[in-house]
Ligand binder design. Sequence first.
Ligand code: NAI
Length: 266
Amino acid sequence: MGTIAITGSASGIGASVRRTLENNDMRVIGIDLRDAEVIADLSEKDGRSRAISETLDLCGGVLEGVVTSAGVGPPFDPKKMLSINWFGTADLLVGFHEALSSSSGNARVVAVSSNSTTITPNVPEELIDACLKFDEEKAHTIIEEYSGMTAMALAYAASKTAVARFVRQNAPTDQWARSGIRLNAIAPGATLTPLLQGGLDNQEFGEAIRAMPIPTGEFGTPEVIAKWINTMLSDAADFMCGSVVFVDGGSDALLRPNDWPQSFSM
Ligand code: NAI
C-alpha cells in the first residue's frame, strides 16, 4: 500500500487509524482543521475543493486508500453538521475517485457512517435525498424546519445514512468496483472520543446517549474501530464491496433483532 488520505486525522478514530498506518510505514496525508498535512474546513465548498487539490498535489495524483473520518456530532449547528458529515465526505470521495482508480487496481476506501442510521426514528427521506443529489441548499432548507435537539439528531442520522447509501449505490458500479476500488463503510456505535464526550457533557444529549443500551457493556474505543478500518484497508477487503460494517457493541442488533434480511419481491 502507498499513500492513504484520512479526513479527521487529528483526533479520535481518524488519529488512531493514522497511528497504526504510520507504525506500518505507510504514508498518510491527513486532512483536518489542525495538525494535518492539509488544513481545510470541510464545512465550506471552497475548503473541500482546496482539500482535494492540495491532497492530489501531495500524492502525485495516486491514492491507494481514503478514510473519511472527519465529522461532528450533537450538540452542533445542524446545517453545518450536514455540510461536514455528508458533503465533506461525498465531495472528497468524488474528488479522489480518479486518484484511486490510478492506483493499479487495489485501492480501498472506508467511509465512516454510524449506527445512528438504523436506530434514529423518523429521519426525513427528502433530506437524505437532497444530500444524495448534492443539493446543499435544499438540505439546509429542509433541516431548518426542525429545531433544537430534534434538528441535530436528524441532521446527524441523515448525513450518516447518505454516507451509507452513497457506498451502497456506488461501490458495485463499474466506475468503482471495476476500477479496482473497494468502497465500504463502517458504522460505529458510541465510541469514547472527543466527539462523544461533547455529547455526554451536554445535559439533554448526555441523558440520551447514556440511555442507549450497549449489550457488550462499555463504549467502544477509537483503537478498536481503527482496527476494523485497517482491516478494511487491507487485502482482506479484496472481496468486500458496498458493505456497511456495524461495530457497535450490539445496540443495532438489540433494537432490530428481526430486521434481517429486509424482504423484497421480484
Ligand atoms: P473526533 O471529534 O475525535 O474527530 C473528528 C475529527 O474531525 C477532528 O479531528 C475534527 O477536527 C475533524 N473535523 C471536524 N470538523 C471538521 C471540519 N469542518 N473540517 C475538517 N475537519 C473537521 O470524533 P470521532 O469520534 O473520532 O469521529 C470520527 C467519525 O466517526 C465522525 O465522522 C463521526 O461522526 C463518526 N462516528 C463517531 C462515533 C462516536 O461515538 N465517537 C459513533 C459513530 C460514528
